[in-house]
Design a protein around this ligand. Structure first.
Ligand SMILES: Nc1nc2c(ncn2[C@@H]2O[C@H](COP(=O)(O)OP(=O)(O)OP(=O)(O)O)[C@@H](O)[C@H]2O)c(=O)[nH]1
Ligand SMILES: [Zn+2]
Length: 192
């Protein structure tokens, strides 16, 4: 997929200034290459800004299956846009195909990852994944649940390690049909 480049020299310059501002010596041996490393890391963890997740859903297979498909426990890492600290956990992504077409299951995880690799809010991440799948595939329904721990709530601030934030975004039958929503939630909660 074509991704534009992020401005790594600018990140290097800015990170050097941050090191100076916290009272560090950016030229000491251990830090000399750190601005470059940070720039490469940001390129990786914010690569979703330069991608169009809808492109992952362009290829489908002919298969009649108008029942729930759930990919659960997808590991997820994102960055809180307020503090630029990670939040991480699991995403559960479900849809109900329509019209005899199914999508490759890895593509559901790819969509989740593309939106996660941006400065995010957990609520927005959850609904962006749901809307992308709902609008692109036109399925009977989409359900996305994310459980995550926010480092801005664990290593700083209120400091509550272990607290998990759960968000959901339900579209179509998952939103309107009680039984379908219950089926999704029981499959997510079923720990095998
Ligand atoms: N709704 C939502 N809030 C988030 C998310 N990530 C971080 N936050 C919250 O964003 C808020 C930012 O609040 P501010 O008062 O502006 O910042 P702060 O003084 O650093 O807040 P504290 O974390 O309470 O110390 C905090 O309450 C965070 O917990 C998220 O994904 N969704
Ligand atoms: Zn935060």
């Amino acid at each position: 997929m074509a991704c534009k480049e992020i401005d790594k020299p600018k990140i290097e310059q800015a990170f050097r200034m941050i090191l100076e501002a916290i009272g560090e010596d950016p030229d000491r041996e251990g830090l000399r290459d750190t601005p470059k490393r940070v720039a490469r890391m940001y390129e990786e963890i914010f690569s979703g800004l330069w991608c169009e997740p809808r492109e992952f859903l362009q290829v489908s297979f002919s298969e009649f299956h108008d029942e729930l498909v759930l990919v659960k426990d997808i590991p997820l890492y994102s960055m809180c846009e307020h503090h630029f600290l990670p939040f991480y956990g699991k995403a559960h992504v479900a849809y109900i195909p329509r019209g005899g077409k199914v999508i490759g299951i890895s593509k559901l995880a790819r969509v989740a990852e593309a939106y996660a690799k941006r400065p995010q809010l957990q609520e927005r991440l959850t609904s962006q994944i749901a809307d992308c799948i709902y609008e692109t595939l036109n399925p009977h329904g989409v359900g996305v649940v994310i459980e995550a721990e926010h480092m801005c709530m664990t290593m700083r601030g209120i400091r509550k390690p272990g607290s998990i934030t759960v968000t959901s975004a339900l579209r179509g039958l998952f939103e309107t049909r009680h039984q379908t929503r219950e089926e999704l939630l029981s499959l997510i909660l079923n720990k095998r």
